[in-house]
Design a protein around this ligand. Structure first.
Ligand SMILES: [Fe+2]
Length: 263
């Protein structure tokens, strides 16, 4: 697999940079000899971010998160005081739904990231966001991976959806890949689902951000029914609060629409 380690936005913070390099080195060692994912001994400062975020996200999740997220979250029994180790969460997921988490150093290209999902694997970062922005991360970090993505990997229907998206990304030419990236963004990362007549959040980028959850609940966000033609022609900026989101009625219906459109 081709890993692209980008310059992170806090590269001028020497201490933070050192920490990122330390974690990155452990991940490199793992890929040279991929047996078990590295254990990261998270610092008190890093665990504090986890605790603060978890405490503030819980009531928001209760109010806005989709049922499948809440059910998945319960199954994972996250430690409230310390950031759970990726390999422990991966072991739990493997027992529940056969899903595995694979450590990576940082960003990878979208094809590599999405393609992995077809094999029921997700590439996950292990570093923690910069302390200056505890409630919003510019990049995916371990907290986004755990609090955003992992609860969905306990749900067979969602695992099926990710498998479909992963297969499409793997097979796509570069033109079609843009459509798949938008599909993935407006479902996995920033999607909504209708439950009992209410719109609930299933997008992991929203579920792992306090600001985005509150923004999403406001009337500043345009919420449109999911129509594939419109979704694949809508661009997005992951670094901004989302101005427009799409909602699906069910995961089965979404998968049918994806298959029909791309096949
Ligand atoms: Fe994500």
């Amino acid at each position: 697999m081709d890993y692209i380690l980008q310059r992170h936005p806090y590269v001028d913070d020497a201490l933070y940079n050192q920490r990122r390099h330390r974690i990155s080195g452990l991940v490199k060692e793992y890929h040279a000899n991929p047996t078990v994912a590295p254990i990261i001994e998270y610092t008190e400062a890093e665990n504090q971010i986890w605790r603060a975020l978890l405490k503030r996200l819980k009531p928001l999740h209760k109010k806005y998160a989709s049922r499948m997220y809440l059910e998945g979250f319960k199954k994972l029994h996250f430690t409230p005081d310390e950031i759970p180790e990726l390999r422990d969460v991966s072991d739990k997921l493997e027992c529940i739904c056969g899903f595995k988490l694979i450590p990576i150093e940082g960003f990878v290209d979208s094809r590599s990231f999405l393609s992995c999902l077809r094999n029921h694997c997700m590439l996950c970062t292990q570093y923690v966001r910069h302390f200056s922005k505890p409630f919003f991360s510019d990049e995916p970090d371990i907290i986004h991976e755990l609090l955003g993505h992992t609860p969905f990997f306990t749900n067979p229907e969602m695992v099926g959806l990710y498998e479909t998206i992963g297969r499409l990304a793997y097979e796509a030419d570069s033109g079609r890949l843009v459509a798949i990236e938008r599909l993935a963004w407006f479902t996995m990362e920033a999607g909504l689902i209708e439950e009992d007549g209410k719109l609930k959040v299933m997008g992991t980028a929203i579920l792992s951000s306090i600001g985005e959850l509150k923004h999403c609940a406001s009337d500043q966000v345009e919420k449109r029914p999911f129509v594939m033609d419109e979704v694949v022609n809508t661009s997005f900026d992951p670094y901004q609060m989302q101005p427009k989101l799409f909602f699906v009625h069910s995961i089965a219906g979404l998968r049918n629409e994806i298959e029909r459109y791309f096949n």
